[in-house]
Design a binder for this molecule. Structure first.
Ligand code: ARG
Length: 462
């Protein structure tokens, strides 16, 4: 069978060479975008008088029926026709006859594929933004239930100061909010039409690029035809934003995994998000969290891979650019899947409040309170730090906690100490007194929850 570009060739490649060069195995995911792009193009050709009305109508009808078939996954594809563009064109010609061959007037696969990718990514970035929104919503709901649940806060993975569990959860809310902003900002550069740039230099036909861009719902068009067909910045940006998002999810997973361990016992994953062991009957592994942490690797890999593909490419289109697709599709599937699983995991996990609170009482994370107490009574903080450090050492030597020392012990260390010291040492007091803006005090956390709720109304679809 002849290639759609076969005119200048005398030999046909063997099948395996065809298959090596073909992208249909993966770019068939773009079937709908490809047909939508063609519909806009043909309408534009008719409007500009480049095609006769009847010709354009025949092509449109043919494309519409192909679109129906594509939606039902009923279109067969073949590596012989290389990619989605030529497969669709072949189907069109088979369906409506030689007039189908007029569709490709004034355009090239180079602006066509770029258009498809812009359409595809625009749709999926919007989906991803609302999936992040859904996860944020679940986080806020969990946070609301745990404003007054105390948990140790860590630095260096050493207990530092107790915090509200809601405060800890909300830290991730704000990371995710930056991800939402990054994805939304990137839409400006995704929502652009390269259509009508031709192979690289534009076209001799009197086309109207604004018109086809409008039909496709694009907000703007590329200024330079050579840039338009060879730009993949918008995909790299997507992969980079996805990498950052996955890094956030992965950090969170790491904590969920730690908290699920026998050593912490802070949370328990719902059975649905955990698995057992084939040999050890007692095991309940937080598999989904581990898998999301693991999948972060492939998303980073996809970013590095496309950056590397692009780094030596001369203008304009080069076949190397076909390598932009699999990493993008894989990232979309991975990110959408991880976000959906994550929301379910958080929503259904059991929080062991007692264990968390009990832990905050069995450490020295209230030592800062003592130092602040002395400092508030006029002792320079540096000296207060020293006095409390010595008290901690005494406790360690005696095998007790700061709560267990007597008033006499305290007054021996400094005569500024009074019996109200025990109230100050209570982790609940410690948390609640941290009412500086953005701190973990209960009033601050409640304010943060209010703010978070207002913010997500913009991108959460109910
Ligand atoms: N399958 C190709 C790709 O994904 C479409 C563009 C082909 N253009 C060309 N001049 N060979 O990049």
């Amino acid at each position: 069978m002849n290639k759609l570009w076969g005119g200048r060739f005398t030999k046909r490649p063997e099948q395996w060479i065809d298959e090596f060069g073909a992208s249909i195995a993966f770019d068939q995911q773009l079937a709908q975008e490809d047909i939508e792009g063609s519909l806009a193009h043909v309408k534009m050709l008719a409007k500009c008088g480049i095609l006769q009305r009847e010709e354009a109508e025949a092509i449109q009808n043919g494309l519409l029926s192909l679109l129906e078939q594509a939606k039902k996954n009923e279109l067969p594809f073949s590596a012989q026709y290389e990619d989605i563009h030529l497969n669709i064109e072949k189907h069109l010609i088979d369906k409506i006859g030689p007039v189908g061959g007029k569709l490709h007037t004034g355009r090239s696969r180079n602006d066509q594929v770029a258009t498809d990718m812009h359409l595809y990514l625009k749709k999926h970035v919007q989906t991803i933004v609302s999936l992040i929104g859904n996860l944020q919503k679940v986080l806020v709901e969990k946070a609301e239930q745990h404003v007054e649940t105390l948990v140790p806060g860590y630095t260096h993975l050493q207990r530092a100061q107790p915090v509200s569990f809601a405060h800890h959860l909300l830290a991730y809310f704000w990371m995710l909010q930056r991800d939402v902003e990054r994805f939304k900002e990137s839409l400006k550069r995704i929502d652009m039409s390269p259509l009508g740039s031709g192979a690289l230099a534009g076209t001799t036909f009197p086309i109207d690029r604004e018109y086809s861009a409008n039909l496709l719902g694009f907000s703007s068009i590329y200024e330079n035809s050579m840039d338009a067909v060879s730009d993949r910045d918008f995909i790299i940006e997507f992969l980079s934003n996805s990498s950052m998002l996955m890094m956030h999810l992965s950090r969170f997973c790491e904590e969920l995994i730690l908290w699920s361990s026998q050593e912490f016992q802070f949370i328990e994953m719902d059975d649905v998000y955990a698995t057992g062991s084939s040999i050890m009957p007692q095991k309940k592994n937080p598999d989904m969290a581990e898998l999301i942490r693991g999948k972060t690797g492939r998303v980073y890999g996809n970013l590095l891979s496309l950056l590397t593909v692009m780094k030596g490419l001369p203008l304009a289109y080069n076949k190397d650019l076909q390598e932009d697709k699999e990493g993008m599709f894989d990232t979309v599937t991975t990110v959408e899947g991880c976000l959906t699983i994550f929301a379910g995991m958080i929503e259904t996990m059991t929080v062991n409040e007692e264990k968390m609170e009990q832990t905050t009482k069995q450490d020295f994370s209230n030592a800062t309170e003592l130092a602040d107490y002395l400092a508030a009574k006029g002792m320079p903080f540096r000296e207060a730090h020293e006095v409390v450090g010595k008290l901690v050492l005494t406790c360690i030597q005696k095998g007790v906690y700061l709560m267990d020392l007597s008033v006499e012990d305290y007054q021996e260390a400094s005569d500024l100490f009074e019996p109200d010291i025990y109230e100050v040492l209570d982790p609940r007091t410690a948390v609640n007194r941290r009412n500086s803006y953005g701190g973990t005090g209960f009033t601050q956390v409640k304010l943060a929850i209010q703010k978070a709720k207002e913010i997500i109304t913009e991108h959460v679809v109910n």
